[in-house]
Design a protein around this ligand. Structure first.
Ligand code: HEC
Ligand code: HEC
Ligand code: HEC
Ligand code: HEC
Ligand code: HEC
Ligand code: HEC
Ligand code: HEC
Ligand code: HEC
Ligand code: HEC
Ligand code: HEC
Ligand code: HEC
Ligand code: HEC
Ligand code: HEC
Length: 458
């Protein structure tokens, strides 16, 4: 309680009797208490309490000593009031000053310029007198609070709900924000805390920004999503989408959505809403993915399922390109199975492990495993990117169109047959492979670029 509040009450207690003595009526006085020059001030207020305007002062005051013109109260304040007003107010949650009978800490018993004979010029000023801390430090006030309506949500006396609200918390909000309720109810995925309590995220009175958030995003989200917080903070490779702009809200709807994980759009459209252009970064440009997909009709399995997250961790990752698991970053590398953990999450590692096979892969010449030949080397093993496009391609088997060689993009012409295929990279002569009868690729170097001259695979 504010000290001015207490001071005012003390002041009344001491000053009132002395004032009354000074202005006591003459002994033969026949008029009423509120006649001219006496207690006529009440009548000039905008709102005058029924018994006062009826001159029924004695319902509350009894003359104690006629000579001194002193009065005592008929009883404790609440008793006096309940003489005419129903006693108490139903509700399991009682407001302190109400249940303690301090009616006159809020109501003037005689008259006032504010409705309900409130002792302040408005309800919010009245409440703020004792609850200044509820609004402390809020730079943006909530609509109804700014309009002065503490009682838009709280009952001043008592109610059956927390904080004397007129309804349970979320219902209180939904009364005015039916548009949010309707949007939320319609959606397939509803964010758990929204079902529970709007005030887990919003301060009902105001906030540091118009959205009345208790803390700003992403901190707000981190308070409940520690794992994501760690993912973002510990990321060796951060994602601009998370660290810039609206942060989490670049991708998630805080209330509800028709897409899993409360995403704003389906994941593919979402990613391509930013990756629809080349993005320059300090470590080089990031490709225009929308263009890549538009130009390459054969998309890789997980992407056909709209699952960029089959390979990427959107929030931040320890691996380059936000990859979920290990994958070599360079064109050549010494082979180790765990370096390809990403691909081998969905594909059989055997495909590369065995030198000879009749079935582990179709990329073989007779029983010679050509995946083994190219990839499984102690030094300078080729990585999958030498031949495959992980996102989308024009050629079958997600074979890439071209390979980077220095600053050139050297085209790879991949021709598929029933039982094998041939490949003519721009850097050397074509090679052929055939699963049913092994092709003998010629090893002798040649300057001729004709397709007939096959070479041994390296
Ligand atoms: C409903 C009860 C009630 C009625 C009716 C009532 N009073 Fe009071 N009065 C009080 C209370 C309670 C106080 C104590 C001051 C406070 O708590 O605000 C008070 C205080 C006073 C005081 C002290 C100074 C002040 O204004 O606070 C005077 C004088 C007074 N009343 C005069 C009157 C007169 C004259 C009438 C009739 C015209 C009247 N009262 C009718 C309840 C009442
Ligand atoms: C003698 C009967 C009587 C007593 C005692 C009495 N009241 Fe009233 N009160 C009335 C009447 C009659 C009205 C309705 C007329 C009006 O608005 O003034 C009323 C109206 C009110 C209103 C406004 C209600 C509204 O809907 O506008 C408030 C607030 C109020 N009283 C508070 C109190 C408080 C606080 C006390 C005790 C200090 C008290 N009353 C004691 C008779 C009484
Ligand atoms: C914390 C401040 C506060 C206290 C204490 C308080 N009231 Fe009120 N009271 C209000 C406010 C504010 C309103 C107007 C409510 C609204 O805007 O709807 C009100 C309304 C009223 C009304 C009119 C509406 C109704 O509910 O019937 C009466 C009568 C009333 N109070 C009586 C009392 C009595 C009797 C007490 C003491 C037992 C009391 N009040 C204590 C703030 C208070
Ligand atoms: C005369 C001082 C006073 C006034 C005026 C006052 N309050 Fe209170 N209020 C208290 C006290 C005392 C408590 C109980 C102590 C506490 O829980 O902080 C309280 C508690 C509350 C609570 C918390 C209840 C809970 O369950 O946590 C709310 C909400 C509240 N008041 C709202 C209001 C509103 C709205 C108004 C204006 C209509 C108002 N108060 C006016 C003194 C006051
Ligand atoms: C839009 C509805 C709404 C309005 C308007 C509103 N409140 Fe509240 N108030 C709440 C809700 C909801 C809570 C419960 C908060 C919680 O549990 O976190 C609350 C809690 C409180 C509390 C309990 C302590 C606290 O801060 O959590 C006080 C005191 C309080 N309000 C005072 C006020 C005052 C004073 C006003 C007017 C200036 C006001 N309220 C206006 C909805 C409202
Ligand atoms: C009495 C009606 C009312 C209640 C109850 C109410 N609000 Fe509001 N709210 C408003 C108004 C009016 C605005 C201001 C709208 C504007 O400025 O366009 C607002 C604004 C907001 C905003 C800011 C967004 C914006 O468009 O400005 C948020 C967030 C919000 N309210 C959340 C809540 C929450 C959470 C609750 C429940 C604790 C709640 N409201 C209860 C009337 C209400
Ligand atoms: C998990 C945290 C969280 C919860 C719980 C939550 N909100 Fe929000 N809300 C937000 C965030 C974050 C924003 C800001 C969105 C933005 O900036 O685009 C917001 C914005 C709003 C807005 C303004 C924009 C709009 O969508 O109209 C309103 C109104 C609102 N919330 C009401 C509510 C209501 C009502 C509830 C309870 C049913 C609720 N919120 C529950 C986090 C939350
Ligand atoms: C008050 C705690 C709380 C806050 C604050 C919170 N969340 Fe949640 N969130 C949860 C809970 C509980 C779940 C459901 C359980 C789970 O999946 O962890 C959830 C689930 C989610 C989900 C998964 C949804 C799904 O369909 O599985 C996403 C995405 C999410 N939250 C994002 C956010 C974002 C973004 C923010 C910040 C704007 C945020 N959360 C703030 C508690 C919170
Ligand atoms: C709000 C815009 C935005 C959205 C949406 C977005 N990104 Fe990004 N992304 C960026 C920016 C900006 C970069 C540039 C590098 C950086 O800052 O991380 C980037 C970089 C990347 C990178 C390369 C990281 C590196 O350091 O090489 C990958 C991979 C990526 N995003 C994947 C995705 C996926 C998958 C999605 C969808 C789940 C997605 N992005 C959605 C803005 C976005
Ligand atoms: C670029 C878009 C994007 C941004 C920005 C983003 N997310 Fe996500 N989030 C996703 C996607 C896509 C998923 C689905 C699962 C996945 O890809 O890992 C997801 C899943 C989640 C999940 C549920 C699954 C899990 O990992 O626990 C939570 C919780 C979550 N995000 C919270 C956040 C928070 C908090 C932020 C802000 C720090 C944030 N997200 C920023 C795209 C994003
Ligand atoms: C099958 C695994 C896989 C899937 C699924 C996948 N990616 Fe990738 N992505 C990769 C790999 C591997 C790289 C690294 C490319 C490289 O260096 O060979 C990469 C790199 C990227 C880059 C960075 C490109 C650059 O120029 O640096 C972006 C952006 C990207 N992916 C976006 C996406 C989007 C958007 C989706 C979903 C539509 C997606 N990815 C789905 C594996 C995948
Ligand atoms: C999340 C699971 C997943 C991951 C991770 C994954 N793939 Fe795939 N991949 C598939 C599915 C499903 C198919 C079958 C559909 C298709 O042709 O795209 C496939 C097909 C392929 C094909 C074509 C096979 C054929 O028979 O034509 C190649 C090549 C390929 N993946 C390479 C890779 C490489 C390289 C990696 C690692 C960078 C990788 N994949 C990671 C799921 C995955
Ligand atoms: C030298 C080029 C080359 C390299 C390097 C390469 N592949 Fe292949 N891969 C192919 C060709 C060509 C085919 C098509 C075989 C056929 O169907 O005739 C193929 C087929 C595949 C298939 C389809 C299933 C199968 O084995 O026939 C998968 C899956 C695959 N590759 C994954 C990978 C992965 C993972 C890597 C990296 C570890 C990789 N490839 C490295 C050329 C290559």
């Amino acid at each position: 309680m504010k000290s001015s509040c207490i001071a005012a009450i003390l002041l009344l207690a001491f000053v009132a009797p002395s004032l009354a003595q000074r202005t006591k009526p003459p002994p033969d006085y026949k008029g009423t208490c509120s006649d001219a020059n006496c207690h006529d001030g009440y009548a000039r207020r905008t709102f005058v309490h029924g018994p006062v305007s009826a001159g029924a002062c004695e319902t509350c005051h009894t003359e104690e000593n006629t000579t001194d013109h002193t009065f005592k109260f008929k009883g404790a304040t609440a008793e006096m009031c309940s003489f005419c007003h129903e006693e108490g107010h139903p509700g399991s949650v009682q407001h302190g000053p109400f249940s303690e009978g301090q009616c006159t800490s809020c109501h003037d018993p005689h008259a006032a310029d504010a409705a309900f004979f409130l002792k302040a010029e408005s309800t919010s000023a009245l409440c703020a007198d004792c609850h200044a801390d509820a609004l402390e430090g809020l730079t943006h006030l909530h609509g109804p609070v700014a309009a002065g309506g503490c009682t838009a949500c709280h009952d001043a006396h008592a109610s059956n709900f927390e904080a004397m609200l007129f309804a349970p918390k979320t219902e209180t909000c939904n009364k005015c924000h039916s548009e949010v309720r309707d949007q939320v109810m319609d959606r397939a995925y509803i964010h758990q805390p929204v079902k529970e309590d709007c005030t887990l995220c919003h301060n009902p009175h105001g906030g540091a920004s118009r959205m009345l958030l208790k803390t700003s995003v992403p901190q707000l989200c981190y308070e409940c999503h520690e794992e994501v917080a760690t993912q973002v903070k510990d990321a060796k490779v951060p994602h601009g989408a998370v660290t810039e702009g609206q942060s989490c809200l670049n991708c998630h709807d805080p209330h509800a959505s028709d897409f899993q994980f409360s995403l704003l759009k389906d994941p593919m459209t979402l990613c391509l809403s930013c990756h629809d252009k080349k993005i320059d970064t300090p470590h080089g440009p990031v490709a225009d993915m929308k263009k890549l997909f538009a130009e390459n009709p054969s998309v890789h399995g997980p992407i056909a399922q709209q699952q960029c997250s089959g390979c990427h961790v959107t929030h931040g990752s320890p691996h380059f390109s936000l990859l979920k698991k290990e994958y070599p970053e360079s064109f050549y590398t010494s082979y180790a199975e765990e370096q390809y953990a990403l691909c081998f999450e969905c594909h059989e590692a055997d495909m590369v492990r065995d030198e000879r096979t009749e079935k582990l892969t179709n990329f073989r010449n007779g029983d010679q495993n050509l995946h083994y030949v190219h990839v499984n080397k102690d030094k300078k093993g080729r990585t999958c990117r030498a031949c495959h496009e992980v996102h989308a391609s024009k050629q079958p088997n997600h074979v890439t169109d071209s390979v980077k060689f220095g600053k050139w993009d050297l085209p790879i012409h991949f021709d598929k047959t029933e039982t094998g295929g041939s490949c003519q990279p721009g850097c050397h002569k074509p090679y052929k492979y055939d699963r049913s009868s092994a092709v003998v690729n010629v090893t002798k170097p040649t300057t001729d670029t004709g397709r007939s001259a096959n070479r041994e695979g390296t």
